[in-house]
Design a protein around this ligand. Structure first.
Ligand code: PLP
Length: 442
């Protein structure tokens, strides 16, 4: 593991493997008798590593990086060794209480005051689904017992992550009741369009219940105007959920805390340390000022799990679908302690600085255009010309094996997307990516 982390850049970021190749290389049955560990490790090196996409590669700039740092990996190893299951306080006081401590640290590190209820889920998708379930519970408590009543409507922007719509599908809200509010020229939700949509739905006898805003959208990292939208949520008594899966980390640097302005007014808020906080996948932190409502949505205690009530003993199983829960807080605690808030801020500041530098370089090159503002560490751009040219440009760049960039569609145009967030990435890696793009364009 140490060797791999020290040299992750020596592998091609994307593996040279075809679909099914690893399956074909492995037997169809588990071994009848145990094998020596040396043989297992040899196969790991020979078969598994070459088929891996190297997310810890410093040239990995495709999706929001889930770059695992050494301290985070050590925390993950120890959590596997302890193998606790934190469904109840009693089943693991250390897990439950460290989760509370670590989430309070993270909350305060982002510049927020107070200490709302926090709970760790695997992914932002799961966390948002739970937030929407709480919103539904607040608006229509009869649904828990009787099944979905018609007419609940959720509002989010056309740039929000697909997990919001999936959460609504899962909860029986129905895709037709998810309003995708249009965005402005900078891909931010338009409060005027939101207000109109809510009024239209109310007039039609429907039941608006939840607004989901995004701080740092997936395509362009645009930031919805949270304060204006919080006003609208307040006027209509709607649950406001903030998805800051990627961008929450930026607020560990005080000069970027303004991106979270208004989020303290939300009913729920999530951020993903497994995106830009150097914590191994998976760990998504959900906060809510209304834990009573989240609990009302999910609490169902079978007799064998009944324990004595103590206000300080949190039973996390009451606040969500999963009964069993891994000790995820440990790896985040390791990361926060090892780097410190200021140490993390320094890395994040550097990532944002390199993205801004690249944005200026793209603006200065006549052949290219930037296709969205660059508020944080993600740059969207394209070669002026046809989509096809941009597609083959991206293919060539990624075929180098040195970097991995992704793409998105903006205003119906194919764009390249370079996201910096990996703890091993340096300015040189970003500049090398730009060189590869320029060469491929030539
Ligand atoms: N929300 C946003 C803004 C995202 O960018 C992403 C993924 O990139 C998600 C949610 C989903 O994250 P997860 O994979 O943790 O479900």
């Amino acid at each position: 593991m140490a060797d791999y982390l020290a040299n992750s850049g020596r592998y091609p970021v994307l593996p040279h493997t075809k679909p099914g190749e690893l399956i074909d290389a492995l037997p169809h049955c588990a071994p009848e008798h145990g094998e020596p560990m040396s043989a297992i490790l040899e196969d790991f090196q020979r078969l598994i590593v070459p088929a891996a996409t190297h997310w810890n590669h410093p040239g990995f700039m495709a999706y929001f990086a889930t770059s695992a740092s050494g301290p985070g990996i050590l925390g993950e190893m120890l959590s596997a060794a302890l193998n606790m299951n934190g469904m109840l306080w009693k089943t693991s006081p250390a897990l439950v209480e460290l989760e509370q401590v670590t989430l309070e640290w993270l909350w305060r590190s982002m510049g927020f005051a107070g200490n709302p209820f926090g709970i760790i889920f695997d992914t932002a998708s799961t966390a948002s689904m739970h937030a929407i379930a709480a919103a539904r519970e607040m608006a229509a408590p009869e649904i828990r017992a009787e099944g979905n009543g018609a007419g609940l409507v959720l509002y989010t922007s056309e740039q929000s992550h697909s997990s919001i719509e999936k959460g609504a599908i899962t909860l029986g809200i129905g895709q037709k009741n998810v309003r995708k509010i249009p965005v402005d020229a900078e891909f931010r939700m338009r409060p005027d369009a939101l207000a109109k949509a809510i009024e239209r739905d109310r007039a039609a006898g429907l039941r608006p219940f939840c607004i989901v805003v995004t701080v740092g959208t997936t395509s362009t990292t645009s930031i919805d105007p949270v304060e204006a939208i919080a006003d609208i949520a307040g006027q209509h008594g709607l649950w406001l959920h903030v998805d800051a899966a990627y961008a929450g980390a930026a607020a560990l640097a005080p000069e970027f805390q303004h991106i979270l302005k208004g989020c303290e007014r939300a009913d729920s808020f999530l951020t993903n340390p497994h995106k830009w906080l150097f914590t191994p996948v998976d760990l998504s932190a959900l906060y809510t000022r209304r834990p009573d409502i989240l609990r009302r949505a999910f609490s169902l205690v079978p007799e064998y799990l009944r324990t004595a009530d103590d206000p300080r003993a949190v039973n996390y199983m009451d606040y969500g679908v999963p009964l069993g829960r891994r000790f995820r807080a440990l790896k985040l605690w390791f990361v926060l302690r090892y780097y410190g808030r200021a140490g993390i801020a320094e890395i994040i500041r550097a990532h944002i600085g390199w993205a801004q530098e690249l944005a200026r370089q793209i603006d200065a090159d006549q052949r290219f255009e930037r296709t969205a503002p660059t508020p944080l560490s993600t740059v969207c751009f394209r070669l002026k010309g046809a989509d096809e040219a941009n597609r083959s440009l991206l293919e060539r760049v990624n075929a180098s094996g040195e970097v991995f960039l992704s793409h998105t569609m903006l205003h119906d145009q194919y764009c390249l997307r370079l996201a910096i967030g990996n703890i091993g990435t340096t300015r040189e890696h970003v500049q090398r990516a730009w060189e590869l793009v320029q060469t491929a364009a030539r």
